[in-house]
Design a protein around this ligand. Sequence first.
Ligand SMILES: Nc1ncnc2c1ncn2[C@@H]1O[C@H](COP(=O)(O)OP(=O)(O)OP(=O)(O)O)[C@@H](O)[C@H]1O
Length: 347
Amino acid sequence: MSKSLLTLDGVGVTYDDKRVLHDLSFTLLEGEIGCLLGASGCGKTTALRAIAGFEPIRAGRIAINGDTVATVADHWPPQRRGVGMVFQDYALFPHLTVAGNVGFGMTGVASAARRRRVDELLEVVGLAGYADHYTHALSGGQQQRVALARALAPAPRLLLLDEPFSNLDVELRERLSQEVRDILKSRGMTALLVTHDQHEAFALADKIGVMEGGRLRQWDAAYALYHEPADRFVADFVGEGAFLPAEVVGPGELVFELGRRNCRAMQDCATGSKVQVLLRPDDVLHDDASTLQARVVKKAFRGAQFLYTLALPSGATVLSLVPSHHDHAIGESIGIRLEIDHVIAFT
Ligand SMILES: Nc1ncnc2c1ncn2[C@@H]1O[C@H](COP(=O)(O)OP(=O)(O)OP(=O)(O)O)[C@@H](O)[C@H]1O
């Protein structure tokens, strides 16, 4: 079984008497890539800074590789924690070459060995041949790779990445996040990323923590966040979807406008309770043969698919992802069918 590389247990951080992180608890196993995902100001960067050792904690405990590095009473300085960091603005030294930047933190390593390691890391990040270039002449994506190589150079136990792709355009962001994942996985690195971009989180992370107002709402794999969100906030924040009113008609049994379904989470909910059922766009299939009809009120072309907003007879709307060769006009009624693995509902 893999061991825990990073553990946060009830961590709290306060700025000027204002508590900005509350009771943050999660574990990252060795070799896992985690991500803290949330809107601006939710405390993601503060969490990274606390883990790196730049912020003291006011409650709880942080352990890295089995060492307790922070409690209320004890605070290891950043250099003792064995953590590498990649910053949003890369923080490269403009007066140093690529090799100079990457080798910067490798103190105490003989110069020939340092050069070998720098060349090896440049190869890993796809920048072989760039050792003698100055960083200001590189593209944003290349600068990001230099920053990654520099953070990996001292062989940290844990890598922290703060919005590492936010200065890049969308297409490059997606490609680079896949590449960075491959690089980290090939080296067995344990890493924690923070971002407000869920596509980035999905592309990179094994585990994602959704944060809101300094609290962690759910720490889970992307699939579970999407299909089994722990609460309504996570359901709204991650992915797209619609809520339909439903009534509990028996133990774990719900009736709503599109049918009758079982929902494990509503097992203990009293008969007659009013709840909301979550329907993702991929739960609502277009089916010409279905007698359930819905009217197209909005459509968004997404290349391979249309995202249709469909009005039900009650006026409530649902979303449906449909292969784009099914091109229906606004106002047209189309047949739909539900295909849901787990029914998710909230009171
Ligand atoms: N040095 C500081 N002193 C006082 N308050 C701070 C300080 N740094 C951050 N804060 C506050 O703490 C809260 C969390 O900030 P933090 O930067 O961790 O959020 P974030 O989720 O990383 O946001 P962003 O994505 O905008 O960087 C915010 O309300 C912010 O205003």
